[in-house]
Design a protein around this ligand. Structure first.
Ligand SMILES: Nc1ncnc2c1ncn2[C@@H]1O[C@H](COP(=O)(O)OP(=O)(O)O)[C@@H](O)[C@H]1O
Ligand SMILES: O=C(O)C1=C[C@@H](OP(=O)(O)O)[C@@H](O)[C@H](O)C1
Ligand SMILES: [Mg+2]
Length: 171
């Protein structure tokens, strides 16, 4: 098993939260591609979307993934749309063990509905948007995933325990 764990999944799947906990538990360094983009630009994600559009954000995301995928011994929480770009998908598949955190659109909605920091969900019908994104992206997450974990009915901690057990079983 490679020395990196990469987390993929839709907005609200827990990539950032579970990724940070997994890094602590496995003594790896945690990176989050969105946080990295924010640090490099000095701007928050909604501001980048506002100024450069989704296309501009995707270019920055691809540059960041290319660089972060050169690192060893890390846990990487990706942004939910990272798998849209085939070059990103290659980087992830080649350089790490990819974990797809999945949950129903309803569950994702309940986890993200009070947060204004996800520009794609600032619409009149965020639940409908999550359903649409689920249909479009689920096959792409599965394409890159070494492991698919259902996060429904799991706390962050129970999920971490489940993940550690599964990773140990596969090691
Ligand atoms: N398994 C879970 N059960 C309940 N809440 C969760 C779970 N995983 C994450 N959360 C919560 O959902 C919100 C979104 O999590 P986050 O880690 O930012 O997701 P992502 O990075 O995948 O968009 C946070 O408030 C987090 O605490
Ligand atoms: O699904 C997406 O396209 C996005 C997900 C976000 O990250 P999280 O999945 O961590 O919320 C962030 O990268 C941006 O708002 C776009
Ligand atoms: Mg995140």
């Amino acid at each position: 098993m490679p020395g990196n764990f990469y987390l993929v999944g839709l907005m609200g799947a827990g990539k950032t939260t579970v990724g940070r906990a997994l890094a602590r538990a496995t003594q790896k360094t945690f990176y989050d591609s969105d946080h990295e983009i924010e640090a490099r630009t000095g701007a928050r994600i909604p501001m980048i979307f506002e100024i450069e559009g989704e296309g501009g954000f995707r270019e920055r995301e691809a540059e960041t993934i290319a660089e972060l995928s050169k690192l060893h011994g890390i846990v990487l929480g990706t942004g939910g749309g990272v798998i849209l770009n085939p070059i990103n998908r290659n980087h992830l598949r080649r350089n790490g063990y990819v974990i797809y955190l999945r949950a129903s659109a309803e569950e994702l909605y309940s986890r993200t509905c009070h947060d204004k920091n996800r520009p794609l969900l600032q619409t009149a019908d965020p639940l409908g948007k999550l359903k649409e994104l689920y249909e479009l992206r689920d096959p792409l997450y599965r394409e890159v995933a070494d492991l698919v974990i259902d996060t429904s009915q799991q706390t962050v901690n129970s999920l971490l325990q489940l993940l550690l057990k599964e990773l140990e079983r596969q090691a």
